[in-house]
Write a protein that binds this ligand. Structure first.
Ligand code: PMP
Length: 414
């Protein structure tokens, strides 16, 4: 244990940092301190090199060519799907549908599930702390189908009020869509309990896993949810790739979302029939290289161990929270009992946009804004927050530097 209280026997962070070439950069003459991991994460050499090798030596189209390069690329692509399935705890590889990320994944489910199962008078439940990606698609669906959107309230600490959730559930509920970890507050939601309660009234459940996939061990079968989304760029993989797990029997009932090549069984000029899932939901040439990179990122994460990652990041969170609680004039927004490594804070002295501009002068990358969660900001009566989001390559000394820089901001604006 170092004198910061952050356990230094869980991970060799200095060694891990050498895996991420971007982290050795300087910004404005200061060492880069990257604390915007909830927005996107950096790539380790293992991913960079795997992507380079694939493009340089193995690249080919998938699912179509009967020649060596294409057969090999198809095998690697499907191997990556298997890795994702194992990583998420899915029963079958075919339950994983690749998309460009969580936004597209939720749009796919809202459109396709909605078209088949949501009708006038039905209800969809989300929470007050969702990303816009898990809000707007459901609003659009409700508008189109004459359904009603209901919202689980949160308490002052940023936790869902479960008694209110239970009151919202009824035989009219078709879908409950909530995040596993809130990107704006860091709250870890009780997704297993949420799922059990929704299933008890016959509703399906989608978990937005954009923030959780690289921070906690996932087990979609243990949670029991019907859908679980993820974004590769938030889990050390390339951007442009992500996806959604779905239970096969639910996928099978759903119509296609995007149509075209590769998602069909047969096409005549009169009529088309559709392929089985997952192909039904993967029209067109997929982001092949990015899928291979995603597989490499999963290998890398598993090499370190999700349990160790979670323990180390929790330790960082505790340390950072202690530091921030001591800074006068700063209010942490989101104090849930179960939290991931995100500290969102607000100071009356300055708008978060000004705060992050000053932090940047010290080489610190933090996010200031509404984090695509405007209803959450409204709930807590702030226009925006400054958010420090940590990964396992961050060090306690970086949080010390952040705290000092924040104190400087307060002096500057007061
Ligand atoms: N949901 C949550 C909780 C998120 O944090 C994000 C990204 N900030 C998204 C959805 C959207 O993910 P993407 O931009 O990768 O599609």
């Amino acid at each position: 244990m170092s004198n910061t209280g952050v356990a230094d026997n869980i991970l060799d962070v200095e060694k891990i940092r050498k895996d991420f070439p971007i982290l050795s950069q300087s910004v404005r003459g200061k060492p880069l301190i990257y604390l915007d991991n909830a927005a996107t994460t950096h790539k380790p050499n293992a991913v960079i090199e795997r992507v380079r090798k694939f493009d340089a030596e193995e690249y080919g189209t998938v699912r179509r060519g009967a020649y060596k390069l294409s057969e090999n690329a198809t095998q690697l692509y499907e191997d990556a799907r298997q890795k994702v399935a194992d990583f998420m705890g899915a029963e079958k590889k075919g339950e994983i549908v690749f998309t460009s990320g969580t936004t597209q994944a939720i749009n796919l489910v809202a459109y396709s599930f909605g078209k088949r199962f949501v009708n006038e008078g039905d209800e969809i439940i989300i929470s007050n702390i969702e990303h816009h990606a898990n809000t707007v698609p459901w609003q659009v669906l409700c508008e189109e189908r004459g359904a009603k959107l209901k919202v689980i309230p949160v308490n002052d600490d940023g936790e869902l009020v479960m008694e209110e959730y239970e009151k919202l559930l009824s035989s009219k509920t078709r879908m409950v869509a909530v995040n596993h970890i809130s990107n704006a507050l860091g709250t870890i939601n009780p997704v297993k309990e949420i799922t059990e309660k929704a299933h008890a009234v016959g509703a399906k459940v989608l978990i937005d896993g954009a923030q959780s996939s690289a921070h906690t061990k996932m087990d979609v079968q243990d949670i029991g949810c019907d859908f679980y989304t993820f974004s590769g760029h938030k889990m050390y993989a390339p951007s442009g790739i992500g996806g959604v797990y779905g239970k096969m029997d639910v996928w099978e009932e759903m119509p296609p979302y995007v149509t075209g090549g590769d998602m069909i069984m047969q096409v005549t000029l009169e009529k088309s029939t559709y392929a089985k899932p997952p192909a039904r939901f993967e029209a067109g040439t997929p982001p092949i290289t990015q899928v291979i990179g995603l597989g490499a990122a999963i290998d890398y994460l598993e090499g370190i161990g999700l349990d160790k990652i979670a323990d180390y990041e929790n330790s960082l969170l505790e340390y950072g929270t202690r530091l921030f609680k001591e800074i006068e004039g700063v209010r942490i927004i989101g104090n849930a009992r179960h939290k991931a490594s995100i500290i969102s804070f607000y100071m009356d002295a300055a708008h978060p946009h000004d705060v992050v501009t000053l932090l940047d002068q010290d080489g610190i990358s933090c996010r200031g804004g509404h984090h695509c969660a405007q209803p959450t900001m409204i709930r807590y009566g702030v226009p925006a927050t400054t958010r420090a989001s940590m990964a396992f390559y961050n060090k306690p000394e970086e949080l010390d530097a952040l705290a000092e820089s924040v104190k400087k901001c307060i002096r500057f604006f007061s």
